[in-house]
Design a protein around this ligand. Structure first.
Ligand code: F6P
Length: 318
């Protein structure tokens, strides 16, 4: 291969820049021209494509966000959109692509390969950690540390005022962020989409102590609803007053942790190696310390299980 392209797509995740840097340096070390596609699939359709070098990727390893920008692209969901994208890829002499993102990104990559035969591998870049085939995704470690720091601050107020806080964290349909930060921050209860959440149980835990100074974590996607819904239901059904804190996009930004930088770098180098070895239509991940490949369709068809120990911890440590 003479030209390998990288793009980032879907929600940004801290560590994406370290990943881009690793791909670029890995290519340069092998005499391959690294190419950047800007704004994900939108840039592929619009031809927003340029050569990357050491200069473009200097001093970015510690930066959050993505220098290539990102987008959620509706046009790429159409055959015509993918047709235009594939033409641009060929016109630019791109022989292999690395798609860094989540399951939406991987759906697109899978179709691009199936319909146009363009060699493409995915790398897991999402704070949600919800992709089957890898223990961790790029950005997850930073996100949980950012969320934990924010919740520690909220705890100061909960303690000082004797208040109940219902804190909502991201995760779309997965409770990894909620469970990790809930355990790490000593939450009284953790509501996640993977398990049934019982409002009476939440209320019971809050009422265990005469002084209601407590933190409840609600993972986005929980069947009871948002943190705002849970707070309202606690008031309506149990006369429990609570404050709501939605951490939102602060979880996606900021300086990546060391773990995210190392994972992003390792996956970047491995993705280039895999493309050169003829791999395609698969995600490059890390499992039990080893680099793995998983067919792209399995990354969303198979559900990554939430380790059961979290449920035990969250019920024992309250
Ligand atoms: O990046 C993944 C994610 O953070 C999900 O947890 C969340 O549901 C979603 O992105 C929010 O996306 P957007 O920024 O497009 O609203």
């Amino acid at each position: 291969m003479n030209r390998i392209a990288i793009f980032t797509s879907g929600g940004d995740a801290p560590g994406m820049n370290a990943h881009i840097r690793a791909v670029v340096r890995s290519c340069l070390n092998r005499g391959i021209e690294p190419i950047g596609i800007y704004e994900g699939y939108q840039g592929m359709i619009d031809g927003d494509i340029a050569t990357l070098g050491r200069k473009e990727t200097a001093n970015i390893i510690s930066r959050g966000g993505t220098i290539l920008k990102t987008a959620r692209c509706e046009d790429f969901k159409t055959e015509q959109g993918r047709e235009r994208a594939a033409k641009n890829v060929r016109d630019h002499g791109i022989e292999g692509i690395i798609a860094c993102g989540g399951d939406g990104t991987f759906h697109g990559a899978h179709y691009l390969y199936q319909e146009h035969g363009i060699p493409i591998v995915g790398t897991p870049g999402t704070i949600d950690n919800d992709l089957f085939g890898t223990d961790y995704t790029i950005g997850y470690d930073t996100a949980i540390n950012t969320a934990a720091e924010a919740i520690d601050r909220i705890r100061d107020t909960a303690e000082s005022h004797g208040r109940v806080f219902v804190v909502e964290v991201m995760g779309r349909h997965a409770g990894f962020i909620a469970m990790d930060v809930g355990v790490a921050c000593g939450a009284k209860a953790i509501a996640v989409p993977e398990t049934h959440t019982d409002l009476a149980d939440l209320a019971g835990r809050i009422n265990e102590h005469a002084h209601r100074r407590t933190i409840i974590i609600v993972g986005e996607g929980d069947q009871l609803g948002s943190a705002t819904d849970v707070s309202r239901m606690l008031k309506e059904s149990y006369d429990i007053d609570s404050k709501v804190a939605i951490l939102g996009h602060i979880q996606r930004g900021g300086t990546p942790t060391v773990r995210d930088r190392v994972l992003a770098s390792r996956l970047g180098v491995s993705a280039v190696n895999m493309l050169l070895a003829g791999k395609s239509d698969c995600m490059i991940g890390e499992h039990a310390g080893e680099i793995t490949t998983t067919p792209l369709n399995e990354t969303w068809e198979k559900k990554k299980p939430l380790p059961t120990f979290y449920v035990e911890l969250s019920s024992v440590l309250v």
